[in-house]
Design a protein around this ligand. Sequence first.
Ligand code: PLP
Length: 397
Amino acid sequence: MEYLSDRIKAMATSATMAMARKSRELKSGGQDIISLSLGEPDFNTPAYIREAAKEAIDSNYSKYPPVSGYVDLRDAICRKFKEENGIIYTRNQVVVSGGGKHAIINVILSIVNPGDEVIILAPYWVSYYDQVLIAGGRPVILETSIENDFKISPAQLESAITEKTRLVIFNSPSNPTGMVYSRSEQEAIARVIHRHEGVFLMSDEVYEHILFEGEHVSMASFDFIYDRVITVNAVSKTYAMTGWRIGYIGAPEWIAGACDKLQGQFTSGVSSIAQRAALAALDGKDDSRELMRDAFLRRRNLICRLLAEIKGIRVRIPQGAFYVLPDISHYLGRSDGTQLVRTADGLALWLLDRAGVATVGGDAFGAPGYIRISYANSDDLLVEAVRRIKEALEILK
Ligand code: PLP
């Protein structure tokens, strides 16, 4: 007999993780699977960062670290915020967590009460929704579509805010759309938030350096809402460090204090060695960041060109991150003769089966007519994956 809590029962398993697990299983069973489902750079962590971690081990960084992160790491994060984002945070406004994902749940648990509304812009990163549910909050979804470049309007945000709204989650460059809001679009959104006291904005900027056009603008750099913004970032995507699990926030001190309190009970802070590696990443310099960005740009151009050649698929060219979210609604409700493909999730599973390509159905991202393709993979495999997808889709009638 299982006695799972209602909290766990209400939660969905991460769709991206589930798809990755399934494709790993098929792969280890000997099947030829091309995996375009997971959101991580296919590069290794740069050598200067790996060296710093080895050095930390030999220097006996083996004791409990401070709950919010080493002071020198938090100071390096403050320097990063100032130099790259034009935001002034002090050490006590910074908390280092187990990846951006952990940083985000800390913030949600710190300020969202059961029954509070949290506005999420669809298509959204899968975990926002379930993390809000864990806190007992009510996700309020703002819909967008390929026609408006997957962006909300300020009026749409204004009309969704009620006296129960506590938090708005913003993410640019976006996972899963790759869209980037312009400075003026962001400022208009910030102005709406500013008009509603007691409403906070969490700005998830983990893809800031994987940007192909335009500029990255940090929400907290608009002075008028600085004290209502929580800036989330991580070394995961920028430095190809997804496995090291280091993320961080800059926030008003009372929110940072609450996150510290949570971590004090949950984790006692983050791995000492990974923190030393993150310090090296932020402080050090080589050109790996730029080289990775250039590779992603080349692959974006490649995959978008190839996808556009498939009948019935519509694509918006992403300006950042390493995902593309094609509209595949043309293929829903069709059959291969034995199996009817009803939903985007169904299509993703069907493609895994028929084409040996792992993508993620848009349903879990609040994007039911789309699939998400991560192009953090080699050029050759991208070409082969799209060839297989195209060939498979021709079967659906
Ligand atoms: N935010 C977004 C939009 C993401 O796509 C991800 C990872 O996929 C994260 C946060 C979490 O990153 P991390 O691996 O640092 O937990």
